[in-house]
Design a protein around this ligand. Structure first.
Ligand code: FES
Length: 248
């Protein structure tokens, strides 16, 4: 497969960026999108040019490190992570635009790499439980109703890739934050911090400069793990409940 790639190049956070065009040949349909970028980088290095910087770690769709906008879509044409996207979704002769996540709260570090540490700070503000840790407790020591366990698992699937933010026309982080809030708020182990968790994480999300949510729904469409839009409405209910309880 022969492709024309138009890739965002930006030397550092303070530099101006621009799209650069590259021609690449020998791409097979079984290559992942990141392997295709690897092939481009090998070519650039052999030519003495600077390789394209992009984020990745597991390359198995579980760490959330990868993520670029491909032809205008977060993670590209499939509902999966960029590392799990294969070149069979493209045709010989295609031109592919590759850009970093575009969001005010995700500043570009270099080329396709953005700083997503705002997510870490949201987690740090309340995405944990204070239950004592140590040896694994007896499995039935704390009964968890089946619907609550299912809901916790569903929300725990969020890998924090940031596609929801990149896809949102407002640059909002509501889907990410709601997944992390709901994951713990539905469990008995998360009950002691139920109110402070949602209040603090939403406040931190706002402080980080993410946009306001208008329930456009693009986030849930782009999410590679299928976090539903109802996650946001559930968090809104939690937030209202906590606000009333706190007398705010
Ligand atoms: S590199 Fe880990 S999810 Fe893509």
């Amino acid at each position: 497969m022969r492709l024309t790639l138009r890739i965002w190049r930006q030397a550092n956070a303070g530099a101006d960026g621009a799209m650069a065009t590259y021609e690449i040949d020998g791409i097979t349909e079984d290559m992942s999108f990141l392997e295709m970028l690897d092939a481009l980088n090998e070519k650039l290095i052999l030519a003495g040019d600077t390789p394209v910087a992009f984020d990745h770690d597991c390359r198995e769709g579980i760490c959330g490190a990868c993520g670029v906008v491909i032809n205008g879509d977060a993670h590209g044409p499939e509902r999966t992570t960029t590392c799990q996207l294969h070149m069979r979704h493209f045709d010989d002769g295609d031109t592919i635009d590759v850009e970093p996540w575009r969001a005010g709260a995700f500043p570009v570090v270099k080329d396709l790499v953005v700083d997503r540490s705002a997510f870490d700070r949201i987690i740090g503000s309340g995405g944990y439980v204070t239950a004592p840790t140590g040896a694994a407790p007896e499995a039935h020591a704390t009964a968890v109703p089946k619907p609550a366990a299912d809901s916790a698992f569903e929300h725990a699937e969020c890998i924090g890739c940031g596609a929801c933010v990149a896809a949102c026309p407002n640059g909002a982080a509501m889907l990410f934050t709601s997944a992390k809030v709901n994951h713990l708020n539905v469990l008995p182990q998360g009950a002691p911090e139920r109110e402070t968790r949602v209040l603090d994480m939403v406040a931190r999300m706002d402080e980080e400069g993410f946009g306001g949510c208008t329930l456009a729904g693009e986030c849930a469409t782009a999410c590679p793990k299928g976090i539903p839009l109802t996650s946001i409405t559930s968090m809104n209910r939690e937030w209202l409940r906590a606000t009333r309880k706190a007398g705010r």
